[in-house]
Design a protein around this ligand. Sequence first.
Ligand code: SF4
Length: 244
Amino acid sequence: MFVIVPGRCRRSEDLPPFYALLIFPAMPRESTAEKIARTQKILSALKRVYPDAHCELNHASPLQLLVATILSAQCTDKRVNMVTAELFKKYRTAKDFTNAPLAEIEEAVKSTGFFRNKAKNIQNCCRALVEKFGGEVPRTMEELHALAGVGRKTANVVLGNAFGINVGVVVDTHVTRLSNRLGLAKGTDAVKLEQDLMKLVPQNDWTLFSHWLIWHGRRRCDARKPDCANCEIQNLCPQIGVKK
Ligand code: SF4
């Protein structure tokens, strides 16, 4: 449950204990059912605000999305898109990446940062695709997760966006920040955050939910300067941890 204190909406449990006791002596915590209902309202609102939300990594195939997502670690989507615009002209199949000299791939992806690791992972990943899956990207979490450089987040991105399969929720820096501020989940452990969010959000919406939070994070709920005054979901947000 939220309570009103001068100038803002706060959850009762986030107030200093003595203050909460003095002013709101019997304020109940938000129940799971209340949190699910609030989450549903947040989803509906974000869906209205961002009807076209989608993965902002440019790609024309599951393989391209897989490579782009590996490159997106610690890098902006904008930079990745600049790099892949050239990369995908040169390497069109998993076999192309496998056969290329590693130094050549390193040079091509250099500006995305951590380029040696990323190039090695892309090549090893593509080698496994060629050897085990006929050059195609597999469609299960287990198979994807076993590939070089593919963690649960990357697998979720590929499954959700290339194949429309909702196996989990993509937890990136925006999803972490917003789910904390919104009081939907707590902490920075991606595995735990994902589990908590999966309990609140209907499975059909898992992929879009990540997009909505990522889009809102980029456009309204900035890490340093969230625009709460103009936020479309302000009335649903306890603004946990937001400095005034
Ligand atoms: S901008 Fe403010 S009100 Fe909106 S989601 Fe972020 S913290 Fe909540």
